[in-house]
Structure formats: C-alpha cells, structure tokens
Design a protein around this ligand. Structure first.
Ligand code: HEM
Length: 123
C-alpha cells in the first residue's frame, strides 16, 4: 500500500462518513464542548467529512466548496480552551476506536489530530 494516502488506506469516503457521524454524536452529547456547536449537526458532519478528506490526502473537496480552510481563523468566533481541545480529541479517539481498521492505522489516524487541535486553542 506504499504511496497511498491515509485517506485511501483507512477506506476513503465510507470510513470518513462513519467517522464523522460517530464523532459528532460524541461531540453533541459532550458535557463540556456541546455548548460550542450551534449549527445543524448534519451540516457540520458534512463540512468535516469534506475537510478530513483533503486533510488525510484525498481530493480537495472542502476547498472546492468553501475555499482555503483557514481553520484557525474559522475557529476564532468560538472560545476554545485547552480543556475543550482535549475533550474534542477524546471524542475523536472514541470515534476512531470504533472503526474496523487495524490498530496501527487507528494510531496513525489519531496521530494527525493533536497538533491541529491545540492550534485551535484561542482562550
Ligand atoms: C480544539 C478543539 C475544537 C473545537 C472545540 C472545535 C469547535 C468547532 C466549532 C464550534 C465549529 C463550528 C461548528 C458550527 O458551525 O456549529 C467548528 C467548525 C469546524 N471545525 Fe472545529 N473545533 C476544534 C478542532 C478542530 C480540528 C482539530 C479540526 C480539523 C482537524 C476542526 C475542523 C473543523 C471544520 C472543518 C469546521 C467547519 C468550518 C467551516 O467551514 O465553517 N476543528 N469547530
């Protein structure tokens, strides 16, 4: 599988649909961070699926629709603490754990998030 993107190796679109579905179920139920999510759950799931597709090396679906991600700037309107980032990562870890991919791939996939999550901390 050398040369294939992480997006392809985890199973592409089907896996990302499952992942974003479960991830936001955890986020919207989370006692600390659910307060931050005010828009429609299906819309944010879909935005995140488009974003993660390109973030993991698949086609640039998010940018085709929304332009440059500028993720830190897009998060500025939301007050995000380090504690929120850790909660976000915990939700992602749980969603990744439930996927039917190898433990090695789970580890590699989760490893893509901590740095970006801490980068969104703005309070
Ligand atoms: C550090 C913890 C994080 C918190 C608390 C957080 C919170 C939020 C919130 C509140 C929104 C707006 C949701 C809405 O419209 O209701 C959002 C949007 C978004 N977040 Fe995060 N986020 C975090 C980290 C991340 C990370 C690490 C990524 C990517 C790897 C990410 C990707 C996105 C994307 C793609 C959107 C949609 C942006 C748009 O087009 O409007 N977020 N996030």
């Amino acid at each position: 599988m050398e040369g294939l993107s992480l997006y392809d190796r985890i199973g592409g679109e089907e896996t990302l649909r499952l992942l974003t579905d479960r991830f936001y179920d955890h986020v919207f139920a989370h006692e600390l961070i659910s307060r931050l999510f005010k828009s429609n759950k299906d819309e944010i799931k879909e935005k995140q699926r488009l974003f993660l597709t390109q973030f993991l090396g698949g086609p640039a679906l998010y940018s085709e629709v929304f332009g440059h991600p500028r993720l830190r700037a897009r998060h500025i309107p939301h007050t995000i603490t380090e504690e929120d980032a850790i909660a976000w990562l915990t939700c992602m870890d749980r969603a990744i754990s439930a996927l039917t991919i190898s433990d090695e791939l789970k580890k590699e996939l989760f490893g893509r998030f901590p740095q970006s999550a801490l980068f969104m901390v703005n309070s």
